[in-house]
Design a protein around this ligand. Sequence first.
Ligand code: SF4
Length: 312
Amino acid sequence: MITFGPVPSRRLGQSLGINNIPSMKICSYECVYCQVGKTKRHIQQRVSCYEPIIIYNSVKTHLEKLQDVDKPDYLTFVANGEPTLDVNLGTTIKMLKEFSLPIAVITNASMLFNSDVRHDLMSADWVSVKVDSAIESIWRSLNKPILSLKFNELLSGILNFSKEFKGKLVTETMLISGFNDTEDSLSETAGFISKLGASLSYLSIPTRPPYIKTIEASDENAITMAYQFFTKYGLSTELLLEYEGAHTGFTGNAMEDIISICSVHPLRKDALFQLLEKDKADPVILDILLQTEAIQKVEYNSESFYVRKFKF
Ligand code: SF4
């Protein structure tokens, strides 16, 4: 189940998700707030995931099943892990151009030191790079990069990419209480981002359950301070503080729709029940998915979410 949605995106409207990392989570980071769980393969070497034609066919079939009203605004690479670890990413993006939809990639930016990765992303129309902190010790404790990643290479990789990329570049900074919401961190982060010429800088907080349950979003004072630092550095800044909404596209196969969305995107209870209704599916499907441990229920901020449960 490579494609999912479209799901409402706070940045991209209706976004047809492409999960180009198969089954378990593969990432160069293990962010404390990650919504797809603990990293199972913590690597920085690119690996072969799906053949590009497999992803192409999956997108094609998915688009054909959607009703006109659910046609997506973007095809978005958003994986259960880091999409640029897929060595076939560039070829896949080029193949997907055939659908005449803009292509977005949400990356943690850790691989941008690699010129092949930067080259692959040149064919995308919109790229979001994660910059949670421009202070190394905070980056290490918050994003938990694989130890072989070098901080100076991370920053120079992002800078090089920002100079080379001709599409729309945005940044995202996830604000986490007690980690990157201090004056020092916010000032350094805003200062670094101001060198990138990004069209927009998003300040966000977790709106879905993080894999470490004790992690908390920054409070209103810290969010306000972050906004002030970012605007002081001349950054066009938007806050992403709300849940995106429950409307998701559907394919008629409720079980597949739920599993594929939950693999990269915890699904809030109301969204899941709307999906069952649109797929004209028996709600007993939810019991089956829970009993077979394909998904599990998690409580967060007084809401129930369903997340994928991987078996190894
Ligand atoms: S939030 Fe993104 S970059 Fe961080 S661990 Fe999760 S998948 Fe990796």
